[in-house]
Design a protein around this ligand. Structure first.
Ligand SMILES: *[C@@H]1O[C@H](CO)[C@@H](O)[C@H](O)[C@H]1NC(C)=O
Ligand SMILES: *[C@@H]1O[C@H](CO)[C@@H](O)[C@H](O)[C@H]1NC(C)=O
Length: 803
């Protein structure tokens, strides 16, 4: 029991000590009683009956004594491991002895035995040392062990492993561990207090889950026995993923070419990065680099999940011909890892920009007399595209006196190339076409207005080269005669006109005393009242002058025709009242009907109708006896004079002109009917003066004149007659018809002029003396009266009121 308790104690260190102390006390006690000590050494695990030693011999006892003295062996441990073979005196093994159970890990295992011999009682103490044999293999309690290890675990890190148990001691006990071959791991043995060895797994190389996610290790524990025994444990190291891998793009730089006119949403490229990590550590998000410019962000877009790049905005080669875009791929691990690449986007120019026409200098107005080649404006062509798409040529549309003169690159000068005339074209809209060299080309048109500056190159021009003005005589001074007007094709001052009258003489009087002109508008005013009978017309030379510098002028003639007014009453020439008494005519009582008593002759200073005289018998003593020829003024008897008729007859003859108003005068004739008188004697004969040398000359002159006038009249009459016949055939009218004279004064005058102009002044005689009777004496008198310098008086009477 004591021994058993001793062994029990030995399980724990300090109790072992106490056991040893107790044991040694016994031993010293025994030693004092028994001289010497017998010790046997046997290996453990001997078979029952195996001989440990010859106890009788060693104790010096005879065989008989063994039996007699009742030799027995008492085990202190309580368990009877040994017996004494009484026949042979040998100590034999009674029971299996397991040293490892008996002594645990003690280095020596000694079983103390007491040998008791009675008669006399003797106590002997023997020891049996049990030697360890290598009967146990090292053993791991856990056969399979799983270790989880972070991928980023530092090299050199140690992981304690379970140590193997080997109950054997000494050299048979656990001696070493070995690890199956793995480049990342090794095993080291750590000795701890109590001589125990703890294996530790040491990380020799960084783990890489991506290379090897699981390491299968076999740990073998070996003891020191011969042969050595071993035990194994399977160790599975699972490498936990660490986010230690960047997402990696296949290329560092991707190149993309894209047309600048590509539409929004066009896919440019699909980027792909890979990440060897697993789970979220390998989940990639794509984005633009951190410092990407806004100008890039506004144009490009990237799908964070698929990595596809799109056009978000519009490309413009002219704004940016290429882009370098940094792309980042980020995984979702912690910490996150990034990968980078660059996308080079090359924008391909498309001819999307029309050429531009730029005026480098504003077009300046050009003088109409500018010589060919005068620079009007500087123009340049521009195109934002590149290459041929940006090559610009400028062209002019034809039909302008302008051309384009190329100067250095794309610059042109717009120059005049012909004669300019502001009056025909004061402004040119020059259309310029710019075309680029692309296919198909783009064109732009621009209109450049060029104004032409006026030069005084046009003289004023009168509306008529000559003006005819018909002016009634006796007009009020200061009344407006006429208006001339001139126009000037030029502009501004060059077209501003002043009118003036060029001075020259009319009847030795300066024309400026006849008329004056409003210099602003060309209205001409008379300064006099004109007398047709003194002045039948005159000419004015009017000048229009512009205000240009130098100024230009032109002339026009104004013909002023003074129109006759019926301002003169007919004047009686015969019978003349010059004698102061009543004119007397005598005629015989034997006069038959149709006898020409006398002929009244009158003239009118006016002309035309105003001078067209008619005669009428206004009053008579006996109206049945006399008649007056309306046109000739001949006074004739209507019947034969009888005895009953008064010898003194008195006639009042009224002479009227055809003017408006009618002017008239009267003459009273006293006719004496004489009984014995046979031949009428004209009173006129008494009046005829002696023919002087002067009158003889005039007579000759008049005869010649009349002759030539008559011939001319005949010719004219024939021509007119022919004309009239023709005209009357076509228009049914003839200028000579009496009815035509019913118009106003002006048309009458024109009629006279056109039909009778060759007769001129003498034409008036035709009307003055329509009579077929030609009496030269009368003619002379009439002529005298119509000559301007002849001084003569006549009785005139305004009778229009009475009529
Ligand atoms: C010219 O001017 C005057 C004065 O202003 C005016 O009486 C006259 O009628 C004008 N003449 C014309 C043709 O306008
Ligand atoms: C106008 O008449 C004046 C005077 O006769 C003359 O000197 C001038 O040359 C004439 N002008 C024109 C344009 O005919």
């Amino acid at each position: 029991v004591a021994l058993r308790s001793l062994f029990c104690w030995s399980r724990i260190g300090y109790r072992n000590w106490r056991w040893l102390a107790l044991w040694w006390r016994h031993f010293i006690l025994l030693w004092s009683t028994i001289d010497g000590q017998t010790r046997y050494t046997i290996p453990e695990e001997l078979k029952q009956g195996s001989v440990v030693g010859n106890l009788a011999k060693d104790l010096g006892l005879g065989l008989s004594e063994i039996f007699d003295r009742k030799l027995r062996v008492a085990s202190e441990a309580g368990k009877q491991y040994f017996n004494v073979d009484a026949g042979k005196g040998e100590l034999v093994v009674n029971e299996r002895i397991d040293r490892d159970t008996l002594c645990r890990q003690s280095a020596s295992c000694v079983l103390p035995l007491q040998v008791v011999i009675e008669n006399p009682l003797q106590l002997h103490r023997i020891e049996v040392e049990i030697r360890d044999i290598n009967d146990n293999s090292p053993n791991f309690l856990t056969k399979d062990r799983v270790l989880k290890m972070a991928e980023l675990t530092a090299v050199g890190a140690r992981f304690p492993l379970e140590s193997a148990e080997d109950p054997d001691v000494g050299s048979n006990s656990l001696k070493s561990y070995i690890l199956s071959k793995d480049e990342c791991f090794s095993v080291k043995v750590k000795d701890i207090e109590g001589g125990r060895k703890i294996p530790e797994l040491v990380l020799e190389k960084p783990l890489d889950r991506e290379k090897k996610a699981v390491h299968e290790l076999l740990l073998t524990a070996l003891d020191g026995g011969t042969p050595a025994r071993s035990g194994t444990s399977q160790i599975t190291v699972t490498v936990l993923d660490n986010n230690d891998n960047n997402p990696v793009f296949q290329k560092a730089v991707y190149k993309v070419r894209v047309n600048e006119n590509s539409e929004k949403g066009t896919s440019l490229i699909k980027l792909e990065a890979t990440d060897s990590d697993e789970g979220v550590n390998g989940e990639i998000e794509y984005s633009f680099g951190e410092h990407t410019l806004e100008s890039v962000l506004s144009v490009f877009d990237i799908d964070a999940v698929t990595g596809e790049m799109f056009l978000r905005g519009e490309l413009d080669y002219e704004v940016a011909a290429s882009y370098r875009i940094d792309i980042t791929a980020v995984d979702k691990g912690s910490p996150e890892m990034e990968g980078h690449c660059r996308v080079q986007v090359e924008v391909i120019d498309v001819n999307d920009n029309a050429p531009e026409i730029v005026l480098t200098s504003k077009p300046s107005p050009v003088r109409e007399d500018a010589p060919s080649g005068t620079v009007v404006a500087l123009i340049s062509g521009r195109d934002l595209d590149s290459g041929n798409n940006g090559k610009v040529t400028l062209q002019l549309t034809n039909g302008h006196p302008f051309s384009l003169k190329p100067s250095f690159s794309n610059n042109y000068a717009l120059v005049t190339s012909g004669v300019l005339d502001r009056e025909s074209s004061s402004e040119y809209n020059i259309e310029i076409t710019a075309t680029d060299a692309a296919f198909p080309p783009l064109t732009t048109k621009k209109t450049i207005p060029v104004s032409v500056i006026d030069v005084n190159d046009n003289p004023p021009k009168f509306s008529q080269s000559s003006y005819n003005v018909y002016l009634k005589e006796n007009g009020l001074p200061g009344s407006m005669l006429s208006s001339v007007s001139a126009s000037d094709l030029d502009f501004g001052d060059n077209a501003k006109i002043s009118y003036s009258i060029l001075d020259f003489k009319v009847q030795d009087v300066s024309v400026s005393s006849y008329v004056y002109i409003n210099s602003d508008n060309g209205s001409i005013y008379s300064m006099h009242s004109y007398d047709y009978e003194k002045l039948k017309g005159f000419q004015i030379l009017v000048q229009a002058k512009d205000h240009g510098s130098p100024s230009l002028s032109s002339n026009a003639t104004v013909h002023v025709f003074i129109l006759d007014q019926n301002d003169n009453a007919p004047a009686v020439i015969y019978p003349s009242a010059a004698l102061g008494s009543l004119p007397h005519q005598k005629m015989p009582r034997s006069t038959k009907a149709g006898y020409l008593v006398t002929k009244v002759t009158a003239v009118d200073a006016d002309s035309g109708h105003n001078a067209w005289i008619s005669y009428r018998l206004a009053e008579a003593t006996d109206t049945s006896l006399f008649s007056v020829n309306l046109y000739t003024g001949e006074v004739r008897t209507k019947r034969a004079v009888s005895e009953q008729d008064d010898s003194s007859q008195r006639l009042l003859i009224e002479i009227q002109d055809d003017g408006e108003p009618v002017q008239s005068s009267t003459v009273t004739l006293a006719i004496l009917v004489e009984d014995g008188l046979h031949e009428p004697i004209l009173d006129l004969r008494q009046k005829v003066p002696e023919p002087s040398k002067k009158s003889g000359r005039i007579t000759l002159y008049l005869i010649l004149s009349l002759a030539s006038v008559s011939v001319l009249s005949m010719v004219t009459f024939i021509i007119l007659a022919v004309k009239c016949v023709r005209n009357s055939r076509s228009s049914g009218s003839c200028c000579m018809r009496r009815d035509d004279f019913d118009g106003d004064m002006m048309s009458q005058s024109q009629s006279f002029r056109s039909c009778l102009s060759p007769m001129s002044e003498f034409s008036d005689f035709t009307f003055v003396k329509p009579s077929s009777t030609t009496d030269f004496k009368e003619m002379i008198n009439v002529l005298d009266a119509s000559l301007p310098d002849s001084a003569w008086t006549f009785e005139s009477q305004q009778v229009s009121g009475e009529l």
